[in-house]
Design a binder for this molecule. Structure first.
Ligand SMILES: [Cu+2]
Length: 151
Protein backbone atom coordinates (compact mmCIF):
# COMPACT_ATOMS: atom_id res chain seq x y z
CA UNK A 1 0.00 0.00 0.00
CA UNK A 2 2.68 2.47 1.01
CA UNK A 3 4.75 1.55 -1.98
CA UNK A 4 1.78 1.99 -4.28
CA UNK A 5 0.99 5.38 -2.78
CA UNK A 6 4.56 6.44 -3.10
CA UNK A 7 4.60 5.39 -6.74
CA UNK A 8 1.40 7.29 -7.38
CA UNK A 9 2.79 10.35 -5.69
CA UNK A 10 6.02 10.00 -7.61
CA UNK A 11 4.11 9.68 -10.88
CA UNK A 12 2.14 12.82 -10.10
CA UNK A 13 5.30 14.70 -9.28
CA UNK A 14 6.88 13.56 -12.52
CA UNK A 15 3.78 14.52 -14.51
CA UNK A 16 3.59 17.93 -12.88
CA UNK A 17 7.29 18.46 -13.29
CA UNK A 18 7.23 17.39 -16.92
CA UNK A 19 4.25 19.55 -17.78
CA UNK A 20 5.65 22.56 -15.98
CA UNK A 21 9.07 22.45 -17.59
CA UNK A 22 11.61 19.85 -18.64
CA UNK A 23 14.25 21.89 -16.85
CA UNK A 24 12.62 21.18 -13.49
CA UNK A 25 13.69 17.54 -13.61
CA UNK A 26 17.18 17.55 -12.23
CA UNK A 27 18.66 14.39 -13.78
CA UNK A 28 21.16 15.66 -16.36
CA UNK A 29 20.81 12.61 -18.62
CA UNK A 30 17.13 13.30 -19.14
CA UNK A 31 17.66 16.82 -20.36
CA UNK A 32 19.36 15.44 -23.44
CA UNK A 33 17.01 12.55 -24.13
CA UNK A 34 13.74 14.51 -24.29
CA UNK A 35 15.13 17.13 -26.64
CA UNK A 36 15.70 14.82 -29.67
CA UNK A 37 12.50 12.88 -28.99
CA UNK A 38 10.48 16.09 -28.99
CA UNK A 39 11.78 17.05 -32.42
CA UNK A 40 10.57 13.92 -34.32
CA UNK A 41 7.21 14.00 -32.56
CA UNK A 42 5.63 16.77 -34.67
CA UNK A 43 6.79 15.21 -37.96
CA UNK A 44 5.43 11.83 -36.86
CA UNK A 45 2.01 13.39 -36.38
CA UNK A 46 -0.92 12.67 -38.67
CA UNK A 47 -0.62 16.00 -40.45
CA UNK A 48 3.08 15.46 -41.04
CA UNK A 49 2.73 12.05 -42.65
CA UNK A 50 -0.30 13.21 -44.63
CA UNK A 51 1.67 16.02 -46.17
CA UNK A 52 4.46 13.60 -47.09
CA UNK A 53 2.24 11.23 -49.08
CA UNK A 54 1.04 13.74 -51.71
CA UNK A 55 4.56 14.95 -52.36
CA UNK A 56 5.53 11.40 -53.25
CA UNK A 57 2.63 11.15 -55.68
CA UNK A 58 3.15 14.63 -57.04
CA UNK A 59 5.53 13.43 -59.73
CA UNK A 60 4.76 10.14 -61.36
CA UNK A 61 2.12 7.55 -60.54
CA UNK A 62 3.23 3.95 -60.93
CA UNK A 63 0.71 1.33 -61.98
CA UNK A 64 1.54 -2.22 -62.99
CA UNK A 65 -0.46 -5.15 -64.30
CA UNK A 66 0.24 -8.80 -63.61
CA UNK A 67 -1.98 -11.86 -63.91
CA UNK A 68 -4.69 -9.79 -65.63
CA UNK A 69 -5.01 -7.59 -62.56
CA UNK A 70 -3.59 -4.28 -61.47
CA UNK A 71 -1.05 -4.67 -58.70
CA UNK A 72 -2.25 -1.45 -57.08
CA UNK A 73 -5.73 -1.17 -55.63
CA UNK A 74 -5.47 2.55 -55.12
CA UNK A 75 -3.13 5.32 -56.21
CA UNK A 76 -2.94 9.03 -55.52
CA UNK A 77 -2.35 11.71 -58.12
CA UNK A 78 -2.03 15.47 -57.87
CA UNK A 79 -5.18 17.42 -58.62
CA UNK A 80 -5.30 20.37 -60.95
CA UNK A 81 -2.12 19.67 -62.86
CA UNK A 82 -0.92 17.30 -65.53
CA UNK A 83 0.97 14.26 -64.31
CA UNK A 84 2.43 11.04 -65.64
CA UNK A 85 1.52 7.43 -65.13
CA UNK A 86 4.28 4.89 -65.56
CA UNK A 87 2.45 1.75 -66.61
CA UNK A 88 4.22 -1.60 -66.48
CA UNK A 89 2.43 -4.45 -68.21
CA UNK A 90 4.05 -7.63 -66.92
CA UNK A 91 1.71 -10.04 -68.70
CA UNK A 92 3.52 -11.54 -71.67
CA UNK A 93 1.35 -11.56 -74.78
CA UNK A 94 -1.54 -9.85 -73.02
CA UNK A 95 -2.66 -6.32 -73.93
CA UNK A 96 -3.47 -3.88 -71.13
CA UNK A 97 -3.76 -0.17 -70.66
CA UNK A 98 -4.83 2.33 -68.03
CA UNK A 99 -7.97 4.37 -68.60
CA UNK A 100 -9.32 6.80 -66.03
CA UNK A 101 -13.02 7.15 -65.39
CA UNK A 102 -14.82 9.72 -63.26
CA UNK A 103 -16.07 8.37 -59.92
CA UNK A 104 -16.32 4.71 -60.85
CA UNK A 105 -15.36 2.34 -63.65
CA UNK A 106 -18.74 2.96 -65.27
CA UNK A 107 -18.29 6.73 -65.10
CA UNK A 108 -17.26 9.00 -67.92
CA UNK A 109 -13.83 8.25 -69.39
CA UNK A 110 -11.51 11.19 -68.80
CA UNK A 111 -8.31 9.57 -70.05
CA UNK A 112 -7.40 6.49 -72.07
CA UNK A 113 -3.82 5.30 -72.23
CA UNK A 114 -2.45 3.45 -75.22
CA UNK A 115 -2.94 -0.31 -75.06
CA UNK A 116 0.37 -2.13 -74.88
CA UNK A 117 1.11 -5.86 -75.03
CA UNK A 118 3.38 -7.13 -72.32
CA UNK A 119 5.98 -7.36 -71.24
CA UNK A 120 6.24 -3.66 -71.88
CA UNK A 121 6.02 -0.37 -70.12
CA UNK A 122 4.71 3.01 -71.18
CA UNK A 123 4.60 6.47 -69.68
CA UNK A 124 1.25 8.15 -70.11
CA UNK A 125 0.85 11.91 -70.00
CA UNK A 126 -2.39 12.51 -68.16
CA UNK A 127 -4.08 15.92 -68.34
CA UNK A 128 -4.98 17.74 -65.14
CA UNK A 129 -7.80 16.18 -63.18
CA UNK A 130 -10.16 17.92 -60.81
CA UNK A 131 -9.78 16.81 -57.22
CA UNK A 132 -11.93 13.80 -56.54
CA UNK A 133 -12.24 10.07 -56.88
CA UNK A 134 -11.68 8.22 -60.11
CA UNK A 135 -11.40 4.61 -61.18
CA UNK A 136 -8.54 3.36 -63.28
CA UNK A 137 -9.54 0.57 -65.61
CA UNK A 138 -8.04 -1.62 -68.30
CA UNK A 139 -10.00 -1.02 -71.51
CA UNK A 140 -9.34 -4.61 -72.57
CA UNK A 141 -10.31 -6.20 -69.26
CA UNK A 142 -13.12 -4.25 -67.55
CA UNK A 143 -12.71 -6.37 -64.43
CA UNK A 144 -9.26 -4.82 -63.92
CA UNK A 145 -9.96 -1.79 -61.80
CA UNK A 146 -8.44 0.34 -59.07
CA UNK A 147 -9.12 3.65 -57.39
CA UNK A 148 -7.31 6.86 -58.26
CA UNK A 149 -7.64 9.77 -55.89
CA UNK A 150 -6.76 13.20 -57.22
CA UNK A 151 -5.95 15.57 -54.39
CU1 LIG B 1 -6.02 -5.64 -69.40
Amino acid sequence: MFLARRLTLAALVVLIGASASACVTSTPGWTYTPAPSVTPAPSAGASGSASTAPSEAAGTVSISASGIAFEQTSVTAPAGKAFQITFDNKDAGTPHNVAIHKDTASGAEVFKGEIITGPASKTYNVPALDAGTYAFVCSVHPNMTGTLTAQ
